[in-house]
Design a protein around this ligand. Sequence first.
Ligand SMILES: [Ca+2]
Length: 479
Amino acid sequence: MIVVTGLGSPLMAQLRGDTLVRGLRNPIAIVADPTDEAILFIAEQGGLIRIARDGVVLDEPILDLRADISTGGERGLLGLALAPDYAESRRLFVNFTNREGHTVIARFTRYPDRPLWIDPASRFDLQWPDGSRHIAQPFTNHNGGHLAFGPDGYLYIGLGDGGSGGDPMNLAQRGDALLGKMLRIDASVPDDDPRGYRVPADNPFVNAASPPALAEIWAFGLRNPWRYSFDDWTRGGTSALVIADVGQNAREEINFEPAGRGGRNYGWRLREGRLPYDDRTAPAFVPLTDPIHDYGRSQGGSVTGGIIYRGAALDPTLHGRYFFADFISGRVFSLGLHLDPAGEAAADDEREHTQSLGARDALGMVSTFGQDHTGEMLLANYSAGTVVRVAPDFEVVPMAPAITAANDEGRVSLTWARPGGAEAVAYAIERVRQGTVVERWRTERPEAALDWQPGDCVRVRAESAQGWSGPPSAPVCRP
Ligand SMILES: [Ca+2]
């Protein structure tokens, strides 16, 4: 067996977009149900939360907020996140603009005896420091809207700068404003907690020695964060937070935050991307953290943040790349990320995937990304009302082999038949421990034998003549 080192391969041609769900209207969030692998929750901007079971949208929404929200433009139902203990607590959180256009973060609970449906009477609106159960929005646009739980179990709430243009009230740099910030709260409080959350004691601005700021604030200087994600810590990711921030006139940006590194200032309105924007007022504090990547109007006009890919089906060279899209241009890109010892990332090797995923017809305006139950990448076509899964293209990569294993005293023998799809000329054998590939070998014969330890799993990928890998076989694990 030969150890494979750094197989270089063109990445773009290997992907295709499979339309997985149809019949939605303006989807803006996709969340996999951790209690049922057949189910995806999908939030529609107009105010419905719907479910797709095995790709088929059920007619009846599981929650209808249409009477409670304002919608259109940048308003509406904008975010959905399930509590980390959703299976037990049955709690989920939504972010919407209410009838007056103000941001509400509301907790709901699903019925105990109707697993998919949400009890509208369970609604509880979180109460903010000014006593309101909403966050006042001075203008109609830049409402942010995304919600995501981090690896710490806390809820991260991305808020835009309140709108208009150029942040006229300088809210993103004001410590007494929640707008223009990333917030972090502990929402795992009892149902009878009057506010619905507590501030984690280690939030960066809790300490009196830090710049004066509301304790809910995690990071400053965001204009309109439209989608952020944590590098999937359950699949070998680093838990870093990647925040896409929509620009004003010139630059769309992607910000990278190593795990747990709150208290940063991402620069708006002093900077737009890496460019100076408006320095009439001083920043709340320095340094300003520049994005790891920004782009201009030749590529698009409104960034949609995606995910760092940690699934298994796509070629291993795509593992750890950051995928994102542009809502206006409908283009999809990925970046290579290189982490230094402090966990900070540099981005390079930008590649475009728009054509291979089906271009404008398939992608439309990409409003959000998601992950299915196996960590595979999904994205929402806002205009056509579909969910697209990013999948291997079996015209150019082989399918997964079906392997047969015989185990004998710590040694396993594997055999498999040549799989379908593109012709397989070689195979990569992967040793997986705790969800992470720790070793990879290559062979040209459809068989292998290796020693394995308790806890080891082994899987096989087939490779095309170009060295492109198909998805792995189902794993075989040491009994
Ligand atoms: Ca910035």
